[in-house]
Write a protein that binds this ligand. Structure first.
Ligand SMILES: *Cc1c(COP(=O)(O)O)cnc(C)c1O
Length: 381
């Protein structure tokens, strides 16, 4: 029997027969580098932790269940997962990417990816015609973030799958912003999902992790081979922390979204706020498409204030909300994309996307929403 998402977050698909040793309710941390062999040519199923480890396997199975993947590898960081994905491709292969990707993804593509002979084009993938026009003879993959970062553009994932089928392409989606609680790209036709597990999945701003989930059977073995070869594996202890984080994923996502809706509505009534980018507002341009392919809008809000000075003052004056990079945890964080997450994106691209000196991004946590609004109110005063 398949359990509901909330139940799977806590129990995975574990049956009574697969109980942990000694009846341990929490997964044991198998803090071991290697495993003894019962005899020559025999294995317990585990040989060496770079390849696999029981604590990590539990986490990977859990993530496969939540994303409805064939297989998942748990990596040290989101960037490690993205670099594994890059390893599937060869010199001369071309990628079409969403144009306002996470800044670190642009950095790895344009530096290390290019050095390896990969080619990248960036387009607004919310615009299907523009996406199709960017496809070349050597294009191999469409690499999507939806909602995008930080301008919250929504790409129609079913339409992207159709486009990919027309040209024989693979589809990869960075699902960090919504997590499988709200969006399951593999069920909409994507071949791969990448995650920064550091964000909503871990959920507590205390652990780095990443995931590469595979929906396409043809790639399961290839990815496992690259994974054990490159050594991007998540440690047993951090795997335990991620399992612990996942247990509350559903309740955190719900509460964060509830808070975010209230804050987005409040922000747009404020005189110093010029525009609010939140996918859960019905007049957001991607609202309909998002509603058709997800079960929620999440808790990431970007907004434009009336001047650079207002932006800088807000960052200095927030008390409860922390001025810090990252997102998705129980603590609310405010980010200055121009200087932080998107500091490495070329200036002309940044400005075209609207990532300017008056643009801020808020990751809404699970504090009481009235305290968060009061904090923003005094910081904007
Ligand atoms: C943070 C982030 C990453 C990178 O993940 P790390 O765990 O920091 O390496 C990738 N994509 C998105 C959307 C992110 O927010």
């Amino acid at each position: 029997m398949t359990y509901h998402f909330e139940t799977q977050c806590i129990h995975g698909d574990r049956t009574k027969e697969q109980a942990h040793p000694y009846g341990a309710v929490a997964v044991p941390i198998y803090q071991t580098a290697t495993f003894s062999h019962p005899g020559i040519g025999h294995s317990t199923g585990y040989d060496y932790t770079r390849e696999s480890n029981p604590t990590r396997t539990e986490l990977e199975k859990m993530m496969s269940g939540l994303e409805q993947a064939e297989d998942t590898v748990a990596c040290t960081t989101g960037m490690a997962a993205i670099s594994l994905l890059m390893e599937l491709f060869s010199s001369g292969d071309h990628w079409v990417c969403s144009e306002d990707l996470y800044g670190g993804s642009v950095r790895i593509f344009d530096s290390m990816g290019k050095k390896r002979g990969l080619e990248f084009s960036y387009v607004n993938t919310a615009d299907l015609a523009a996406t199709e026009a960017a496809i070349q003879e050597n294009t191999k993959v469409l690499y999507i973030e939806t909602p995008s970062n930080p301008t919250m553009q929504i790409t129609d994932l079913r339409a992207v799958r159709k486009l990919a089928d027309k040209y024989g392409l693979l589809v990869a989606v960075d699902n960090t912003f919504l997590s499988p609680y709200f969006q399951k790209p593999l069920t909409l036709g994507a071949d791969f999902v990448v995650h920064s597990g550091t964000k909503f999945l871990g959920g507590h701003n205390d652990t780095l992790a990443g995931f590469l989930c595979t929906g396409n059977k043809d790639y399961v073995e290839k990815i496992r081979y690259i994974y054990k070869t490159c050594g991007s594996c998540l440690s047993p202890f951090d795997s335990f922390l991620l399992i612990r984080g996942l247990k509350t994923l559903a309740v955190r996502m719900e509460q964060q979204q509830k808070n975010a809706k209230k804050i987005a509505e409040w922000l747009r009534t404020q005189p110093k706020i010029k525009s609010v980018y939140y996918v859960g507002l019905p007049d957001h341009p991607g609202y309909e498409v998002n509603a058709n392919q997800t079960s929620g809008a999440g808790s990431m809000i970007s907004f434009q204030v009336d001047s650079e000075e207002t932006a800088r003052t807000l960052l200095e004056k927030v008390q409860l909300i922390t001025y810090a990079e990252s997102l998705g945890g129980v603590e609310s964080l405010v980010t200055y994309p121009m200087l932080q997450t998107h500091g490495d994106v070329p200036k002309d691209v940044r400005e075209r996307l609207g990532i300017t000196e008056d643009f801020l991004r808020l990751s809404v946590g699970i504090e009481h929403v009235e305290d968060l609004i009061a904090d923003l109110e005094q910081a904007l005063a």
